[in-house]
Design a binder for this molecule. Structure first.
Ligand code: ADP
Ligand code: MG
Length: 319
């Protein structure tokens, strides 16, 4: 920062817990500003580059004006992005707050997401033609995103067939789950043609802070040029994975009601909910079918609950 250039800063630093795959480290730095005497707290996130290519997150932070005018979510200010051939360094303000209970903030998330989608849509439309290749490369439907395991539940179906042979409660399920192949392909085709927006895609407890009733959102490592409704699907998909069915259903109801009301008039509500369903299914199917989840439920002797979740998903395919 220009005001600190050439000044001797006494910085104390601490590593923060991070687990995303391309993140080298996340660090909390504190020092006293020599000119104002005020304490300064900054977070530094280092993201490893692959083939010298900058990360999605660094590109996002260089997108100016995108989040300006936001009244629902709060976002820590980005102080700067530094690129080296090997890493992107992102500097943001440190935020303080409590991790929320994810089912309890359904309404607040709905309002924040509807607003973010409106702002992102307007921002994308205002970008110059020269940005088109960059935005194209950030689109959710590019193979470098779609081929990731988390969007490919079908790879887990052989494991489900095997589970059905070991545990009678799960017999025949793999065949029934096959319907999700054509269903998600149909939803994907519809989503592809619908309005673009900026989608955060990572609504986890670790990425949100509640402070004085305000919701602060961080961590844009999953950000994409998505479609209206995708973020709701990402939130509800991860909620479905973590909560029992009753808690999930109540939060879903609350989310969808508030979201429909808050969604901007530039979007078609039915289309947005179709897109939400698409990302919900991709997320929930992957999380519930992958071997790690099955092992976790088995260890905790909660296979009955997992079976219940499978039934809920299968019922969705018929509605
Ligand atoms: N601006 C910030 N203010 C406060 N804590 C932060 C901030 N940025 C990151 N953190 C902390 O560091 C953790 C990891 O940072 P995050 O950006 O979420 O990285 P990752 O992509 O590895 O999840 C967060 O879960 C949070 O606890
Ligand atoms: Mg995170």
């Amino acid at each position: 920062m220009p005001q600190w250039a050439g000044q001797a800063l006494d910085i104390s630093s601490q590593d923060l817990a991070s687990n995303a795959s391309f993140v080298n480290y996340v660090r909390h730095h504190r020092f006293t500003c020599p000119s104002t005497g005020q304490p300064v707290e900054v977070v530094e996130k280092s993201i490893r580059k692959v083939a010298f290519l900058g990360s999605q997150e660094a590109r996002f932070h260089r997108a100016e004006g995108l989040l300006a005018g936001s009244t629902q979510f709060r976002y820590p200010a980005c102080l700067g992005v530094v690129e080296t051939p090997w890493e992107s360094l992102i500097f943001t303000e440190f935020v303080r707050g409590k991790p929320p209970r994810m089912h309890a903030i359904a309404r607040q998330l709905a309002l924040g997401i509807a607003e973010l989608e409106g702002l992102g849509h307007a921002w994308l439309q205002a970008q110059p033609a020269g940005k088109a290749p960059l935005l194209w490369s950030m689109d959710f439907f590019r193979p470098w995103f779609l081929l990731r395991p988390r969007f490919n539940f079908a790879r887990c179906l052989p494991g489900l067939a095997q589970l059905g042979r070991q545990d009678a409660r799960f017999a025949g399920l793999a065949e029934r789950f096959a319907v999700f192949g054509p269903l998600t392909r149909k939803l994907a085709a519809e989503a592809k043609r619908s309005p673009r927006c900026i989608s955060h895609m990572d609504y986890l407890r670790k990425n949100l802070f509640v402070d004085k009733g305000q919701l602060h959102l961080i961590d844009w490592s999953e950000v994409k040029v998505g479609r209206v409704g995708f973020d709701g699907g990402a939130y509800l998909g991860s909620l479905f994975r973590r909560k029992d069915t009753a808690v999930f259903l109540a939060a879903q109801q609350e989310f969808v009601t508030a979201y429909r009301e808050a969604l901007g008039p530039q979007f078609d509500g039915e289309q947005a909910l179709g897109n939400l369903r698409y990302v919900f299914l991709l997320t929930a199917l992957y999380h519930c079918l992958r071997p790690e989840t099955v092992a976790e439920y088995r260890e905790r002797e909660r296979m009955g609950l997992l079976r219940e979740k499978y039934e809920y998903l299968l019922e969705l395919a018929n509605t």
